[in-house]
Unconditional design. Sequence first.
Length: 379
Amino acid sequence: MSDMNAEVYAITLAAGDLEVSVHRSLEPLEMVCGFAARRNPKRGFLFVSKVLGRHIPVKPSVMRQTYRDLAAAIADDLLGPVLFIGMAETAICIGTGVFDEWVRRSGRGDALFVHTTRYALNAAPAFMFREEHSHATGHNVHVPVDPTDASLMRAARTLVLVDDEASTGRTFANFIRAARGFCTGVERLVCVVLTDWSGGRAKAILEDEAGMRTDFVSILEGEYRFKPNPDAPAIPMPDLEGDGRSRSDMLLPNHGRLGVRRDPCAPAELADRLGLRAGQNALILGSGEFVWAPFRLAEELEARGMDAWCQATTRSPIMLGHAIGSVLTFRDNYGDGIPNYLYNVRDRRYERVVLCLETPAHSADPELVAALGADIVCY
């Protein structure tokens, strides 16, 4: 798809030349995302969201407004039951947030949110699928333990798939193929992303794959072209696949991996215990897949007048430059022994840093805690 009125931007990355055309956007591109080079031979570039709260610190009020904007574009009268899926790890918080806002505005009681996970649990597997271009390709989807939630998931007639961006549609297509044997009654598909860079191709691919009505919801629509630099030095991608062992002994019983029908967080008591002052500058840091509860804590603190920011660690390896100003590398807290990363923190000053974990306190890498001067909060 081409648009004579599109805004065109050219970005020179270490891995090659990226050109993006913006056809429609609720906000200027520079407020929605930046760009960086991946340490990944499968794909040399990355769209770095400025509203996601992962690689760049974001005010929780900005994140919440993004959830509202996306949820407002989803029809209230979707065929029910409605199953929302958030893609790990990047879209867990946005997926929960869009689900939360959609349920609030629609008043529906027949909706369930589940997020995919890189981790195995002592729970029945629903299905698995792969994200081909990712640094960690495998996704697990588990059956909710609650029988009512499990029945709702199986009976879903509308799937709402949430991710941070769409460039080809292949991840969503892989999900649909894998889900067919479990969610057998789906009649409608809604894909929700912050940025849709597919130029309309992802929607066409998914309509063909799913064989049903498919709607796309996004903050920004456009397309991209990437020309790899043949002279770029080969940068090996670290091994970021886990060992496949069950993590049920160390993870929260359920914050989305096993399905939720309402916001599971009540952050007021924890906010009281932290003792932060109004106006104090604080970073509330999620860890890996554990991001919704830290966001809700940051939101509570901001509502109390604190200068709270929200961000999270990640297993995504990114090169310094452009939207990535600094990087900390450390051991993951889930016991896989793989590197994790925290971006754009060293060049900022915070009076308090709160590292939020769903794993035990000793699982946090002491070097990360020392580098941040962080307080650890275990849920």
